[in-house]
Write a protein that binds this ligand. Structure first.
Ligand code: GDP
Ligand code: IMO
Ligand code: MG
Length: 403
């Protein structure tokens, strides 16, 4: 057997950590990039030479012309959105259909799922989850209830004509040549020593089992979800790159222990362009939460961290980091499961010195201000995981790569 060359990129917070940027960067050398779970609730941004591109379903390795992109079995697929995304990319001169493979086991998001998602959020009013209203939850519900429709089903016209609207039949026909078995394919390319990158969506704190339930998404967002989603064994991933911002954001409802006050949140939102890549909603901003991050390192088996958006903290007066929570006056070092406990934990902060020279666009570690290096080393020590990438701007080039 050849040497296994696989890596995964996973979100370590509440999503939007900058996975798209890092996947694009790392996949330069990848033969294959594989999306494994979630759906078009994801919005992954790639910036190359000031040109911005957002992918929702197509893996973020698509910009590299020789890379083959796979949408694996754990993804819930809205075929209308996928066809629209393909058309947008092809208009930009990016050839997609010839190098896209879709698992025949992907469950479909149907129009009815989107309606159910929207309706439920309306009814919940003050207790809503703040979903992306893309039908993600209802599609996974039908999958778990064993009544979902899968991509492989709609290859058969007898089923397709029964379950899809005229409009969706059109999309199904466009995608049909891309639909096939991916279990044997993915495992074979691993065996052949191909360079494969697995692209996670969302983040650890949105995981259906271990996130801030019920304010979570409906899939497993950790490296375990990559294995079940792609149909590979846990020992087939060599490198697990966890993406975390140098601070925190969250979009949608739910507890957020290190959330800034309104003024600080607005300042960081403006500096960091913190608006949802899928829904355009303003993201809530807060300090880096090391309790949640440490938990994410455990759950993912993270081997390397990519610390993004360091530049957004340029010009801050001091750097506040959450180091533990207090619950009923007792210090705790884990994220409580009971949502009302998590809502009432008091954050314990450490304040570090801010830097005065900008880090924006830097590509050389030695050029970082001392205080920024101190911040990076502090995080590394607290979470016991090495930081291998430091991102200093949205562009592919604005990255410090450490070994
Ligand atoms: P994803 O869902 O994890 O792929 O992240 P999103 O694309 O939703 O959100 C991350 C946002 O931050 C995007 O607008 C990126 O262009 C931007 N971004 C990524 N890395 C950096 C960085 O290091 N600095 C700055 N300023 N922006 C970044
Ligand atoms: P990427 O891949 C940030 C959030 C929603 C909501 C909750 C449930 O871009 O990091 P859902 O529509 O999944 O049922 O919504 O999850 N959410 C995300 N937040 N980034 C994402 O993806 C998200 N995908 C879902 O805002 O709080
Ligand atoms: Mg996003």
């Amino acid at each position: 057997m050849k040497k296994i060359k696989t890596s995964a990129v996973v979100g370590m917070q509440w999503g939007d950590e900058g996975k798209g940027k890092i996947v694009d960067l790392v996949s330069e050398k990848s033969d294959y990039v594989v999306r494994c779970q979630g759906g078009n609730n994801a919005g992954h941004t790639i910036v190359v030479n000031n040109q911005k591109l957002i992918t929702h379903l197509v893996p973020s390795g698509i910009l590299h012309p020789k890379t083959i992109c796979i949408i694996a079995s754990g993804v819930v697929l809205d075929i209308k959105v996928l066809v629209e995304e393909i058309k947008t990319l092809e208009k930009l001169g990016i050839n997609v259909l010839d190098r896209l493979i879709i698992s025949d086991r992907c469950h479909l998001i149907l129009e009815e799922h989107i309606k159910r998602d929207q309706k439920r959020e309306e009814i919940l009013e003050n207790n809503k989850i703040g979903t992306t209203k893309r039908g993600i939850g209802p599609a996974y519900e039908d999958k778990a209830a064993r009544k979902g429709i899968r991509a492989g089903d709609i290859i058969h016209s007898s089923i397709r004509d029964k379950v899809l609207s005229k409009e969706y039949i059109k999309y199904a026909k466009i995608l049909e040549p891309c639909i096939s078995d991916t279990i044997s394919l993915i495992n074979k390319i691993i065996e052949d020593g191909k360079n494969i990158l697995f692209e996670g969506a969302q983040g650890a704190m949105l995981d259906i089992d271990h996130g801030t339930y019920p304010y979570v998404t409906s899939s497993n967002t950790t490296s375990a979800g990559i294995c079940t989603g792609a149909g590979i064994s846990p020992n087939s991933i060599r490198k697990i790159i966890g993406i975390t911002k140098a601070y925190c954001t969250r979009v949608g409802e739910g507890p957020f222990p290190s959330e800034y006050n309104q003024k600080d949140s607005e300042r960081i939102r403006e500096k960091g362009g913190e608006f949802g890549a899928t829904t355009g909603r303003p993201r809530r901003c807060g300090a880096l939460d090391l309790v949640a991050l440490k938990q994410a390192v455990y759950m993912n088996g993270t081997t390397d961290i990519a610390l993004t958006k360091l530049d957004v903290l340029d010009g801050e007066k001091s750097i506040k980091v959450l180091t533990s929570y207090k619950l009923n006056k007792k210090e705790i070092n884990h994220v409580p499961a009971f949502i009302h406990d998590l809502e009432k934990v008091e954050p314990v902060y450490k304040e570090l010195k801010a830097w005065t020279k900008p880090t924006c666009g830097l590509t050389d570690y030695d050029k970082l201000p001392k205080e920024a290096k101190d911040y990076i080393r502090f995080i590394e020590k607290e979470i016991n995981c090495k930081i291998s990438f430091i991102s200093t701007g949205p562009d592919r080039k604005s990255t410090i790569i450490l070994n």
